[in-house]
Design a protein around this ligand. Sequence first.
Ligand code: HEM
Length: 138
Amino acid sequence: MAGGKVYSFEEVRKHSDRKDCWLIIAGKVYDVTPFMEEHPGGDEVLLACVGKDASADFEDIGHTDSAKELMPQYCIGEVDAATIPAKLTYDVVTKDASRSEKATTSGGTWATLLQLALPVLLLALAFALQNYTRAKAE
Ligand code: HEM
């Protein structure tokens, strides 16, 4: 690992392309530029993780210990945690997710309500019809 240099989030964010790619994982900064083509998961996934804290993405994959052993050679320092915008992870996670979730939940709620209400309505209708025909017969 090249020293204990501390980078600001903005500085890390400047290195966001295939030929110059830095990642933030667990508070550390990795220059994965030389690893882009070798990465078994491909370079696209790495590129998708720039400009944010990629810790969760990295962990979600369930990287093996041998993957973790490769990491120190790409580590160039640490990120200054105070410079990571708090809103960022929130935005990334919720922007699309919450919108689509909202859409599905509201659609889902109506569907559930309808599913519950329909049998009750049919039952009520059957009773009403029964009473009506009975009253008519008397
Ligand atoms: C310095 C950072 C990283 C290193 C050294 C690394 C290394 C590796 C290695 C060695 C593998 C092969 C499987 C294993 O041994 O676990 C792998 C697979 C993979 N990695 Fe990474 N990785 C890094 C960062 C990331 C990040 C940030 C992502 C973002 C999601 C990612 C996504 C994947 C995916 C999707 C696979 C393929 C998994 C599969 O096919 O089962 N990696 N990585």
